[in-house]
Design a protein around this ligand. Structure first.
Ligand code: SF4
Length: 62
């Protein structure tokens, strides 16, 4: 599963662009991880988001 370090996340939306089925920003600019994060077909996009997060706020926990 993917984990968000909310102390690091600055809600810039980079992960939303890379994995739009998995990450959303709510009206308060709080990052939300959707249930789609559990789908194997989204793993590659999640990996892209982990690599692309400029704050290194995402981690994969097997
Ligand atoms: S890319 Fe990183 S800093 Fe930006 S919203 Fe996603 S987790 Fe937060």
């Amino acid at each position: 599963m993917v984990e968000v370090d909310f102390d690091l996340c600055e809600a810039n939306g980079v992960c939303v662009g890379l994995a739009p089925d998995v990450f959303e920003l709510d009206d308060d600019d709080q990052l939300i991880v959707t249930d789609a994060a559990d789908l194997p077909e989204n793993k590659a996009a999640i990996d892209d988001a982990i690599a692309g997060c400029p704050r290194a706020a995402l981690r994969w926990r097997p």
